[in-house]
Design a protein around this ligand. Sequence first.
Ligand code: FEO
Length: 400
Amino acid sequence: MTTELKKGVFWVGAVDWGLRLFHGHELSTHRGSTYNSYLIVDKKVALVDAVWGPFTAELIENIKEIIDPAKIDIVVANHSESDHSGALPEVMRLAPNATLVVSKRGAESIEGHYHRNWKYTAMKTGDKLDLGANSLVFVEAPMLHWPDSMFTYLTGHNILMPNDAFGQHYATAFRFNDEVDQAELYEEALKYYANILTPFSAQVAAKIKDVLALNLPVDIIAPSHGVIWRKDPLQIVHRYQEWAAQKPEQSAVILYGTIWQGTRRMADAIGEGFAEAGVPYKIVDVAVSDRNDAITDIFRARTVVLGSSTMNQNVVPSIHPLLGEIKGLKFKNKIGAAFGCYGWSGESVKLLEEHLTASGIPVACPGLKCKWQPSAEELEACRKFGRALADATKKPGSPS
Ligand code: FEO
């Protein structure tokens, strides 16, 4: 089923209600996703972005509802990742006269994925393609979130198609932002930003500034995932500006891995200390929690408290994937601390502190260790630790 955005501009993509893991198995998608593809019928016909390979038939069927695919003159591939390019071999087979329009880096990465002898035209920022009544204007957007990423803007209808930017993994019955649950929409938009765009926040802020400076009228922002922003479309741009600034809330997240519940009891007592000082917190048992949701919690919070029992002179294995993400996502403006139970050697707290420091998160209070199970006195020390961290959480300033 297709949806007309404006006269002659159609959504022809696919809704993937069943998707629960994305990027292989690396990103959870509790609410599915969509692969948005846009067909523009002017004197020339352009298709902007395709869909993931398994949804090729749906894309082609949607295009055929509007026009014979052989009439497509231009196929824009704003980004070469497979969720947008997987259907390209079939699209290019059915549209043998089409030129494949890419960024300079896109020429290299599309070729690297598909090894086909397609007719490429590489665009740089400000380049224009005349379609007839309206034109496509291209803006390179490197590292939002791949080197090849590009935005396409349709003049006349004032539609910005920024590919992954401003997207959400959110399968819905309707295509527009004013037709869906706003809390769900923003939960998914934030999760998308936190998990995918955080390390590129400087580029996000700079690119938004560049695009706003062009003073292009924007009636619609049509990303490549999730709903299309037609009601107050700049709301998501302003939200991205806030997220790119990485100014966390005055809150904490306590993430722990435990073996026999001692570290969990420490986590609860530390949380009580935060609450006594009036700082909201969440506790996440990393072994049984969704890693990507935990990352969203970390993105929002000022203070990241990591806990682990010691196992084999190390942290528990279940916390390793999260530690890797914390380092790779390069969070800013956070403080941290570590805690954990141990039986004999007790290395985990020191290792967690070293990891926080290596991740650019300064340690705000020296770590807390308990041998075997925490005693009543040690649980009181955990509450004190929580209160001290709460005070540090409330202090203004940016330690990193
Ligand atoms: Fe939606 Fe970077 O692919």
